[in-house]
Design a protein around this ligand. Sequence first.
Ligand SMILES: *Cc1c(COP(=O)(O)O)cnc(C)c1O
Length: 231
Amino acid sequence: MNQIDKRKREIEERIATACERAGRERSSVQVIAVTKSISTERTEDVVRAGYTQLGENRPEGLMEKGAHFLKGAVDWHFIGNVQSRRVKDIIPHAQVIHSLQTLSVAKQIESRAEQVIDCFVQVNASEEDSKSGLAVDEVRPFIEQLQSFEHLRVVGLMTMAPLTEDEAIIRQTFRTLATLQREIEALQLEHAPCHFLSMGMSNDFEIAIEEGATHIRIGTALVGSESEGSL
Ligand SMILES: *Cc1c(COP(=O)(O)O)cnc(C)c1O
């Protein structure tokens, strides 16, 4: 068994336990394997291990890996900061964008996409100064502005929790996002069904699952970190 298979087994156990604690079905949580720190070659191991939903945070990584894998074999999730001028590089490869937060990027998507792109709106739910994402009270007006956009569907909200050992702070951040997601879902906007919650990473995905995450983005726990060397 290679390292990725071994780590996958550990992660699956942790997901199953968290789902059980939360009274949720395992199938209600989708894992996005974040491959941003590994080569295309090692990404093949991730795909061989059975992951079909992969995440990249830089256009370069997405373009290289997106071109490498057969279209349809994997879905690419773009999870990094999106610049307007890079939208043209991202949308040929990405099925989902997790980090929409500006109208200028939305306009680029609208004018360049040939099919509907599923987007999560990124929220600074912890309200840290340094964090990207819209402030909580900016989210609804932002989404309402996208009503006439035909190539963009707001499928959910995304956040990153603060880097802290304090579980209560992490949990509160996820709760804030979940509350906001339910509020927007309840508006029943055609362009923004907003059913999903993209939250939880290697260090906090169990808390995220307990708080309702539907998409967890896992990098290090699956692929290791640079400093660990080769697998
Ligand atoms: C890198 C990254 C992840 C994965 O982080 P890990 O801690 O390595 O699991 C998830 N989401 C975003 C937005 C990232 O940039």
